[in-house]
Design a protein around this ligand. Structure first.
Ligand SMILES: Cc1ncc(COP(=O)(O)O)c(C=O)c1O
Length: 450
């Protein structure tokens, strides 16, 4: 490995960072992470911090998960690659599909289509939704509905259902036929409604209104995150997703759960859909499926959709979609080890307990720091602070101030993620009570330095 001077000198010179302005990455060089151990990471200067970002919502089991590392090494030795395109398969992925069927049985999801990550999973689900309706003889069902503030990755389809202008405007025109419903976001919404249950009803009514306007017979699917993540951690009221399920059923619209963040325990339940008692038609997963150690994902599919494809005799169900790395054996081996460890540790239970402590700690920070406009969480280890420069007007905080908060929090020993006016927290699910308290105290230090 090159020395630290070389790394600092060349940082962002010869690469463009995702989700950053190339000039900004040069002016404000990113933190160079060189090591990880447990829930901690170490930077190139030897500064060690708790990673309250959990990699990028994916390192649920921390950075030292030996079973996943061993499985990757063993699979590289046995078979480093083979494709699952028509005519071939590999042993690891077959075993994984069997294990996933059990893991997702309570969600009613029984078949897997493998991908290389979250954006791939979203793209796959959107495509399969259209194909499902074509097989069934409703080829006019091509539109997609989603939530404003939702994040569904950055492929053209995913960006089109994305509900945040940052990921859309520069890339327009996007896919035609995508329509967005107000999110159940109590802090800011067009209804000026702060009661979560009432807002959930209003958003559901907006969905029905848009369905009536577009015509149900033109709509393929509704995609939503069970708890909105990258858009600023927005947990809907418990009635919301069940209401969406009921509306989708009434109008023959498929419900796609984007569980790229919420799958595998983060919400305190094994899946976000299960958290709300909903069975989606398809579920997009990635990230924590391999603990972030290998780029991998799976779209899980329910029996109704699967049987439509599997019993087709017209030829319309041939899947003209897939990736070179769909069902990659190393990813599959990593996922098998990761799922076994995830279930053995029952990380959803720790996510629920530590998540409650974290949420409570953040609420206490709100009483102390005027900059904290809103605190969101209460559903496992995904929380956010929305910062404002003025509580009364809810004017968003400026970039410099939130940058100083980030820096001071980091100096005090905790890495957090800044996204617009939000500080987003998604630590590994193996977090201890002391580490949870440390995240809160470092944020306290950071906010005091604003
Ligand atoms: C809910 C959701 N869907 C899709 C994606 C895209 O996943 P990826 O970045 O692996 O393509 C993300 C990434 O954060 C996500 O949070």
């Amino acid at each position: 490995m090159k020395d630290s001077n070389f790394l600092k000198e060349n940082n962002a010179r010869h690469m463009w960072h995702p989700m950053a302005h190339p000039a900004d990455s040069l002016a404000n060089p990113p933190i160079i992470v060189t090591g990880g151990n447990g829930v901690r990471i170490t930077d190139v200067d030897g500064h060690e911090v708790i990673d309250a970002v959990g990699g990028l919502w994916n390192v649920n089991l921390g950075f030292s998960c030996q079973p996943v590392k061993d499985a990757i090494t063993a699979q590289l030795d046995a078979l480093p690659y083979y494709s699952t395109f028509r005519g071939t398969s590999n042993d690891a992925v077959i075993e994984l599909s069997y294990v996933l069927r059990d893991f997702f049985a309570a969600d009613g999801l029984t078949r897997a289509f493998f991908t290389s990550g979250g954006s791939d999973s979203v793209e796959t689900a959107l495509r399969l939704a259209r194909q499902y309706h074509k097989i069934r003889g409703e080829p006019g069902r091509v539109k997609f509905f989603s939530l404003k503030k939702g994040y569904h990755g950055t492929h053209m389809g995913g960006a089109s259902v994305n509900g945040n202008a940052n990921f859309r405007t520069a890339y327009e025109p996007l896919l035609p036929g995508c329509f967005h419903i107000p999110a159940p976001y109590t802090y800011r919404n067009p209804f000026n409604e702060s009661d979560p249950a009432t807002l959930a009803e209003l958003c559901a009514a907006a969905l029905e209104d848009e369905i009536a306007f577009q015509g149900a017979e033109t709509i393929a699917a509704f995609i939503m995150e069970p708890v909105l993540g990258a858009g600023g951690v927005i947990p809907p009221h418990k009635n919301f997703m069940p209401r969406v399920r009921e509306i989708c059923d009434r109008y023959g619209i498929l419900l796609i759960a984007d569980e790229v963040i919420t799958g595998f325990g983060r919400t305190g339940s094994w899946t976000g859909s299960r958290h709300w008692g909903v069975r989606p038609d398809m579920s997009c997963t990635a990230k924590a499926i391999t603990n972030g150690y290998f780029p991998f994902g799976a779209v899980m599919i329910n029996d109704r959709v699967a049987e439509t494809f599997e019993t087709d005799t017209s030829g319309k169900a041939a899947i003209g979609h897939g990736y070179t790395y769909s069902g990659h054996p190393v990813g599959a081996a990593a996922a098998l080890a990761c799922l076994a460890e995830t279930e053995r540790l029952r990380v959803h239970e720790n996510a629920a307990a530590r998540g409650a402590e974290l949420f409570e700690g953040l609420q206490a920070l709100q009483t102390k720091h005027d900059l904290v406009g809103d605190v969101r969480g209460g559903h496992g280890l995904m929380c956010a602070l929305e910062l404002v420069s003025d509580r009364a007007s809810k004017a968003p905080i400026d970039k410099q101030t939130i940058g100083r908060i980030h820096e001071a929090t980091y100096r005090d020993g905790v890495m957090v993620r800044v996204s617009g006016p939000n500080i987003i927290l998604s630590p590994p699910l193996i977090l201890s009570p002391d580490e949870t308290a440390k995240i809160v105290s470092a944020l306290d230090t950071g906010l005091a330095a604003a």
